[in-house]
Design a protein around this ligand. Structure first.
Ligand code: BGP
Length: 479
């Protein structure tokens, strides 16, 4: 008997812009992620603090080539199948389907690519799980509307949804409306194509965009129900519980406030209304939401079927400015947090906390009472290829084993209903935060370095054979 239910969906997750490459092939239009460069300007652009709406010769743009999955998807899916994947989560690049973001006629070559990708999965009995929008806003719409700053993005997004629901609805059952929707607050350009103009109130701009995305998400849920009865539509949170740095009640309150920033989105998507504190907070901050009665009715009608989330690490917060200064995470972390002295960290400073996954699963289920789906979890690390081509990655196995153990406890001891687990980056791909190849997550190694050199050859790491056993035993054999 396994701790995990029969039919538990084991697999892996990727995003179009981090692996496909072929950024200008077959009519694909330019997307926000294509203009986010490698190197020290990356975070400035991703945060909307540096304007870059076209590519220049001074920067390198890792999304342009990715790991060339556009041309190698058959080989890659065959490797996923060899591991026994039951599900593969990928995203559909908006500008492959609608190159300008709101075209009346979808691009046939783009549609065909995903036809083939989906059919390739189904050939092996792998369930496709589609993220509709994974950190990509069409550049044409950023130029036209300023990205998600503008309400007209809702209709453009629904056009995109309509095109893919109509085409793939007969083969795809699981859909996610926006990847890590709360990331909009932390990386506004990467999350929503937002650039801040002088004189704008950044908080107001972000919350307005958040509102438009939430209305779009709710309307997409309704459209999906009309066009694809039987489909299951989820929301997607960049999760990780905030711990109070100490048991000082002020720290507890500070941690709760940080959690609320992120739950704001899921509260709307899973409960169909904004939480009461949000209205008060927006009012205090002088933020006007541009919210109509019809918007609120849409949000109410468009409640998701399940809640998916990414989990890499827990977070912590203190109310004391000195503690915050002293324990602030170094570097360019997307979501602010303090260093937790009880936890070890990966080479990129992401703290490792499997129990935090159990806590997050319980918190989300207590809050929403909807089925959950872990759609990202993993550890970026440096791997070394041995002379014989083998790659020994016990650190990755240790990380994943501990997290699967914790998830097993949440399921079997706490009773959390969990649909599946797609680890992040089953094949090495471009890092979203750093643009590096060196930060590797995969079971499959890809021969490509940070400078873009390499043969792109795929190699099986030790963890590849380990995950195969995990899946074959439905999560029981973790040795
Ligand atoms: C999430 C994103 C992914 C992915 C992952 C790992 O935020 O949804 O796109 O990249 O994090 O992060 P990174 O690539 O920065 O290591």
């Amino acid at each position: 008997m396994s701790r995990f239910p029969d039919g538990f969906l084991w697999g892996g997750a990727t995003a179009a812009n981090q692996c496909e490459g072929a950024y200008s092939e077959d009519g694909r239009g330019l997307s926000s992620v294509d203009v986010i460069p490698f190197g020290e300007d990356r975070m400035k652009v991703a945060r909307g603090q540096m304007k870059m709406l076209e590519c220049d010769g001074a920067h390198r743009y890792p999304a342009h080539d990715g790991i060339d999955m556009y041309h190698r998807y058959q080989e890659d899916i065959a490797l996923f199948a060899e591991m026994g994947f039951k599900v593969y989560r990928f995203s559909i690049a908006w500008t492959r389907i609608l190159p300008n973001g709101d075209d009346d006629i979808p691009c046939e070559a783009g549609l065909t690519f995903y036809d083939n990708l989906i059919d390739e999965c189904l050939k092996y009995g792998i369930e496709p799980l589609v993220t509709i929008c994974h950190f990509d806003t069409p550049v044409a719409l950023i130029q036209k509307y300023g990205g998600w700053k503008d309400r007209r993005m809702i209709d453009a997004y629904l056009k995109f949804c309509n095109a893919i629901f109509t085409r793939y609805g007969n083969r795809v059952k699981y859909w996610l409306t926006f990847n890590e929707i709360n990331m909009l607050l932390h990386m506004p350009f990467m999350g929503a194509g937002i650039l801040f103009e002088p004189g704008e109130n950044p908080e107001e701009v972000k919350y307005r965009a958040a509102h438009y995305e939430l209305v779009a998400s709710a309307k997409a849920v309704q459209l999906a129900r009309r066009l694809m009865p039987g489909a299951l539509i989820g929301c997607m949170l960049a999760a990780g519980q905030y711990y109070p740095f100490t048991c000082n009640p002020e720290d507890v309150y500070a941690a709760m406030e940080c959690d609320r920033d992120n739950y704001f989105f899921i509260d709307a998507q899973a409960r169909g209304e904004y939480p009461v504190w949000a209205w008060k907070r927006l009012e205090r901050a002088g933020i006007h939401l541009d919210c109509t009665e019809e918007d609120l009715a849409s949000i109410k009608e468009g409640v998701v079927d399940f809640i998916s989330f990414s989990y890499y690490a827990s977070r912590s917060m203190s109310a004391d400015p000195e503690t915050v200064e002293k324990y602030k995470k170094p570097g360019n972390a997307a979501i602010s947090s303090l260093l937790n002295p009880y936890l070890k960290a990966s080479e990129w400073g992401w703290q490792i906390d499997p129990t935090g996954l159990r806590i997050t699963l319980n918190t989300l289920y207590d809050r929403y009472q909807k089925p959950l789906f872990i759609v990202e979890n993993g550890m970026g690390a440096v791997d070394k290829v041995e002379e014989d081509g083998s790659i020994h990655d016990p650190y990755r196995i240790d990380y994943l084993r501990a997290h699967i153990e914790a998830m097993g406890k949440a399921v079997s001891e706490d009773g959390v209903p969990l649909l599946g687990y797609t680890m992040w980056g089953p094949i090495d791909l471009v890092s979203a935060s750093s643009g590096e190849m060196k930060k590797r997550y995969g079971f499959i190694y890809v021969d490509k370095d940070n400078d873009g050199n390499g043969t792109l050859k795929r190699l099986r790491k030790d963890s590849f054979f380990w995950y195969k056993k995990v899946i074959a035993s439905n999560g029981e054999d973790l040795d």
